[in-house]
Design a protein. Structure first.
Length: 393
């Protein structure tokens, strides 16, 4: 496949995660109000999706090592389209949660395979740069997702915002069916045998490089998810933004993340993976500390959150590609399993974060701000210690 097609495929597959969450966020408060759902139920439409997303990767990963990435992608994207249509026409919150759970499981095939494809085709050092290009595409998709979701919700309803996901899924499905070529050089016929699977997972979990980069990606995504899961309620209900204004705020965050992926590629060339991650750790902690200081000083506004968050999002554009490619780097023969475990651990943490937020959202900005501070401290510590010691390509 031409390099441009590879990057486009990665961008669409990786971008399925932010579009599935961000397009839906502007509709979440109104949806909960229309269905008479509690805050916990509304959060469950996100957290159940992410838990299914994480768990499903444990199955998709070994399946893709055994049968190849292409058949898994075809099955996953077909299921995603069906689940998206079902979500859009759900008559109740309980049924919406069921469809979103299936959607999350199908989404796992796309993201897991994308990370594994990078390891199939590239060595670890080059893989971080290619992953960064794919995540730049994700940044573009994320930039458009929240504003589009806000407009669809304002002009039509939350049904239209969810139905748009089926269109995105259909585009991905067509691309895989018509242009994507298998990337697994040698399929592993024993990948699904219990003994082989157990040895593979234990070997991955004992690898210090995997653990270092997985800690980084887990803490980074948990910090991001803290913002995603609480921001629509904070900005719309607490700070009084409209759904369209909220969409523009999310556009700004995604654009800064996109700039972070460009900065990542420049840093990789100049200072390498470990120093790039260390610099990003400083940016993350600086942003969270400033946001907390403004909150404790009694400053409550959109800008008091957004300006410090810019540093967090810029750093996330560095942590994400370095962490994802670094975690699968040591496992060229088991990239699917390594990608699956990395994604599973991150999503379990995000699920727990979502459950905590669902019971602690108190009508203030506090849970969002202090949650981001908590994860930012862990991000910086892992970037400055674990990655520096064990993060050699």
């Amino acid at each position: 496949m031409p390099p441009t097609l590879i990057v486009l495929t990665l961008a669409l597959l990786l971008g399925i995660q932010p579009i599935t969450t961000d397009l839906y966020l502007p509709a979440l408060p109104g949806l909960a109000l229309e269905m008479g759902a509690s805050m916990v139920q509304a959060q469950l439409t996100l957290t159940a999706l992410l838990l299914a997303f994480g768990i499903s990767q444990l199955f998709w990963g070994p399946l893709s090592d055994r049968f190849g990435r292409r058949p898994i992608l075809l099955a996953g994207m077909a299921a995603y389209v069906v689940a998206s249509v079902g979500s859009a026409f759900s008559p109740s919150m309980d049924l919406l949660i069921v469809w979103r759970t299936l959607q999350g499981a199908a989404m796992g095939a796309a993201v897991m395979c994308a990370r594994a494809i990078v390891r199939d085709l590239y060595a670890p050092a080059q893989g971080a740069s290619v992953m960064s290009k794919g995540l730049s595409g994700l940044g573009v998709i994320a930039c458009l997702s929240a504003p589009l979701g806000g407009l669809l919700t304002a002009w039509f309803s939350w049904h239209a915002a969810l139905l748009a996901l089926s269109v995105y899924g259909a585009i991905c499905l067509c691309l895989i069916a018509l242009r994507f070529e298998e990337t697994v050089p040698h399929k592993n016929p024993k990948a699904l045998q219990l003994a082989t699977l157990t040895r593979t997972w234990l070997g991955i979990l004992r690898n210090p490089t995997f653990l270092a980069f997985t800690a980084l990606t887990t803490f980074a995504y948990s910090g991001l998810f803290t913002f995603l899961a609480s921001s629509s309620f904070v900005f719309i209900r607490v700070l009084g933004l409209s759904t369209t204004q909220y969409g523009l705020v999310m556009f700004a965050n995604s654009f800064i993340y996109l700039l972070g992926t460009f900065l990542c590629r420049r840093l990789l060339v100049r200072v390498g993976v470990r120093r790039a991650v260390a610099i990003a750790g400083a940016l993350t902690l600086s942003g969270a500390t400033l946001m907390t200081a403004l909150s404790l000083a009694g400053v409550q506004s959109v800008w008091a959150i957004e300006l410090p968050l810019a540093l967090f999002m810029l750093a996330h554009g560095i942590h994400n590609p370095c962490g994802q490619s670094g975690a699968v780097g040591p496992f060229p023969q088991a990239a699917g399993a390594a990608s699956a475990l990395n994604g599973f651990i991150a999503m379990v943490s995000a699920f727990a974060t979502g459950q905590w937020l669902g019971t602690h959202m108190d009508g203030t900005t506090g849970p969002l701000i202090f949650g981001i501070l908590f994860w930012s401290v862990l991000i910086a510590l892992s970037a400055w210690t674990l990655v520096q010691r064990y993060g050699r390509p």
